[in-house]
Design a protein around this ligand. Sequence first.
Ligand code: SME
Length: 151
Amino acid sequence: MDKAKKEKRYFRIYEQLKQILSASSFEDAKMATILAVLHHKMEYFFWTGFYVLHKGELTVKTYQGPLACQVLEKDKGVCWAAIKSNKTIIVEDVHRFEGHIACDSRSKSEIAVPLQNSFGKPTGVLDVDSAEYNSFDEVDAHWLEMIVKLI
Ligand code: SME
């Protein structure tokens, strides 16, 4: 998707989510709704989900798309890299990312955006996979970072 189209699409999604999410203060409801909207409105989102830190493990919480890994091997892969750096990680080609964890062999590119508590500490990630190479850029990073702040 070209950048201008992406910008417009994310802008509309963000406005829509802001409105819908204000109806509940329950975090799980917000997470589920974010995933449903993103997954069905962004056609290159092949797997869209949240992994959260639970007893020191990065464990899947809720997602849309094919069956995912329940727990991610510690300190390995894209999601752990986002947690450890506390920064959004964009991977153009997962096969060239050292330690990438392949939950589904169709995934080719990926973005992982950290979730942060009120002290700025990472508590989990929003993780999105695409079945095409090079799907994610700074436009996705910007808007997905804005969207996770709505939780
Ligand atoms: N690829 C991720 C694992 C999660 S799946 O993409 C759903 C990683 O390397 O951390």
